[in-house]
Design a protein around this ligand. Sequence first.
Ligand code: F6R
Length: 259
Amino acid sequence: MAEVVIVENAAAAGALVADEIARLIAADPATVLGLATGSTPLPVYEALRSRLDGVDVSQVRGFALDEYVGIDPSHPESYRSVITREVVEPLGLDPSRIRVPDGRTEGIEHAGADYEAAIAAAGGVALQILGIGTDGHIGFNEPGSSFASSTRVKTLTEQTREDNARFFPSIDEVPMHCITQGLGTILRAKHLVLLAFGAGKAEAVAGAVEGPVTASLPGSAIQLHPHATVVVDEAAAAGLRYADYYRYTFANKPSWQGL
Ligand code: F6R
């Protein structure tokens, strides 16, 4: 089962995860990070700025989870643009070492296989940052996604398009399709760190952590991973049956264990 860490707020979660990422980069300057987009990981990227200040990050590599299909990479809401704006530029990473799935329709039929090959060639992802959708998706693996899936094109649910409409002038402009790392791809990362904040995520978090392992709630795939950490605020933890036990466990966590 995942280790659940209940923190006071998103900033505390960001600090905790950024400490772990900084530790990984100190130990291996060519660390491979799995990068999520959306609102949830922003406190991690924010907290990383001060931790990586003065650190040589020229070798760090990164793979984004997903991209919209048919969106121009220069569109401000393409995940290529978001990763450049929120991660690559502020942290001073080498843009040529940070990959985002190619969502252009030309060549889309081999974009998934190309991405899988690139992750494998990099030696796999050391730490994968994840958010979770209100419908339980991780990456853009919507309900029904196979636990064995690899990077491929998916159709976004209406719920996800509504949730993401806040980034676009209207819901009609939210792309219908995406290319996303599969659940199988995500499960191959060495360490999964799923973050969630706010009451709107409570049901999905409870299902992912304590519910049955089911393709109907793709986030529940984390239960199959040997090293998964879930970092949530109190509101997102509200549906967790064993919340007190998680608090007790974390309070008594041996300092040598790391995140
Ligand atoms: C983003 C991604 C999605 C988001 C999820 C939550 O790369 O893969 O799974 O993590 O939709 O989005 P936010 O964080 O905006 O609530």
